[in-house]
Write a protein that binds this ligand. Structure first.
Ligand SMILES: Nc1ncnc2c1ncn2[C@@H]1O[C@H](COP(=O)(O)OP(=O)(O)O)[C@@H](O)[C@H]1O
Ligand SMILES: [Mg+2]
Length: 446
């Protein structure tokens, strides 16, 4: 059968009917995506200057200072480093300085072993995919030779390696040691070359987890990126206003979004951008011409739910039992109107009982204690010490986890537990009686 081609007019009408209603909100949606690189870095002048000062020795043919950059997620660590390096590269070329810088970013969430790092560096330096099957030592040898080869073309050559989210690296000691000692150990023959190392993560104490010899050979200088203020978030968002159709979002909604994120999410710029993006999608789905504060509230909830759900579905079995135990302890205490929170001991007892009910052997107390700290870091639970109660932590679920508890506390676990709930109740009540609890809300947290 012959397919009838629509007339020009029909096509235009179809386009209007099918696509235009979807474009009421966004104009350049790409500006809200992860890959977008903004022209301006807002509120980071001090950090730009500090990083530049540490890299500046390269411009006078010296060794850059290695750095460890710490700050919460979305406070501009990655974007700021990239920006400084691109300015350095631009300036060196513009001034026809015969110095060359290669900048390699290692995304430690996926490139997290010695060999993978070497392969990434080699891929960058040679612009080809390196052969597989060599040892770490062999790959290092290739890198040193490559540095010598490149350095022979310039007055001065610097290789700057940026280990982003370094806390995700399995064991970075070896590779950091080799890279930071390469010059001193005369692994590289050329005298007109240098290696700089930048590391970044949102773990404040990460440096302490490195071997002493790595710390002393790399000599990382510590730089902190503070959370963005409401005003800075506002400026970051306003800078992307062209993502929207004229009038689709007003300053008032942008300010509202900046305020919410500054107050509730430690000034996370990624979160702020995601929030106006999702708010725009919600408004668009509802065929609105404008984003309202309600859309922003809905977006905030949607992002929280997605993030919590993602984390909760990735939990190990024992994390699920632990969360279940925390949930049950708090539920029982609340039902008894005791106005307090369970401590680590109570949670541990209930966790062990949950394991018994589901016929699994519990993991060690030490392991559970570490899991509590980790879940607390991720803000899925709150584990607070209270003045006068030593190291005991009082544990509650975060409100997001509580809202999503059905993802964990469900069939068949729920049925099994509820059948034995009186055993759990008596464990909770007996430990509560043994450890007189402080009243929640009135105590001073330390
Ligand atoms: N100062 C800033 N100006 C403009 N956009 C920013 C700024 N800081 C962060 N962003 C944007 O916020 C998002 C998160 O920034 P990123 O550098 O990845 O944070 P971090 O590495 O600290 O987690 C990115 O999309 C980035 O473009
Ligand atoms: Mg980053």
């Amino acid at each position: 059968m012959e397919i009838k081609q629509p007339k020009e007019l029909d096509r235009s009408a179809l386009y209007q009917a099918l696509f235009v209603p979807n474009n009421l909100i966004f104009k350049e949606e790409k500006m809200l995506s992860k890959s977008y690189v903004p022209e301006n870095i807002i509120g980071r002048n001090t950090q730009l200057e500090q990083i530049a000062a540490n890299l500046a020795p390269i411009t006078r043919h010296g060794d850059p200072i290695n750095m460890y950059i710490w700050g919460g997620s979305g406070v501009g660590k990655t974007i700021t480093i990239r920006h400084v390096l691109s300015i350095l590269d631009y300036g060196l070329h513009e001034n026809s300085d015969n110095t060359h810088v290669d900048f390699v970013r290692i995304d430690s969430t996926s490139i997290n072993s010695d060999v993978l790092v070497c392969r990434e560096i080699l891929a960058h330096l040679t612009a080809t995919i390196p052969q597989t099957g060599f040892t770490f030592a062999q790959y290092l040898q290739f890198i040193w030779s490559e540095i010598d080869r490149i350095a022979s073309n310039y007055d001065y050559y610097a290789l700057v390696i940026f280990f982003d989210e370094i806390d995700k690296f399995k064991d970075p000691n070896n590779v950091l040691y080799q890279l930071s000692r390469a010059m001193e150990n005369k692994r590289i023959k050329s005298s007109n070359s240098t290696i700089g190392i930048i590391t970044a993560s949102n773990k404040k104490d990460f440096l302490n987890s490195l071997d002493d010899k790595v710390q002393s050979s790399a000599g990382f200088v510590y730089l902190q990126f503070p959370d963005y203020t409401e005003q800075e978030l506002y400026e970051i968002l306003i800078d992307r206003i062209e993502a929207f159709q004229p009038g689709a979002i007003t300053e008032a909604e942008i300010r509202y979004c900046a305020k919410r994120v500054a107050e509730g999410f430690h000034g996370d710029a990624r979160r702020a951008i995601d929030t106006i993006h999702v708010a725009g999608k919600i408004a668009s789905d509802q065929r609105y011409k404008r984003i309202t504060t309600q859309h922003i509230n809905n977006a905030e909830q949607e992002i929280t739910n997605t993030a919590t759900m993602e984390m909760m579905t990735k939990f190990s079995k024992h994390d699920q039992y632990l969360i279940t135990a925390i949930y049950l302890c708090n539920r029982i205490i609340k039902a008894e109107k005791l106005n307090s929170s369970p401590n680590t001991g109570t949670v541990l007892n209930v966790y062990q009982e949950v394991c018994k009910i589901v016929n699994e052997s519990p993991t060690s107390e030490g392991h559970i204690s570490r899991r509590i700290s980790d879940l607390d870091d991720k803000q899925l639970i709150h584990a607070q010490k209270i003045k006068g109660y030593g190291n005991t932590r009082f544990i509650t679920l975060s409100s997001d986890t509580e809202l999503a508890i059905d993802l964990i506390y469900k069939y068949p676990l729920k049925i099994q537990i509820e059948a034995s709930i009186s055993d759990i109740e008596s464990i909770v009540m007996s430990t509560i009686k043994r450890n007189r609890k402080p009243f929640a809300g009135t105590s001073k947290f330390i």
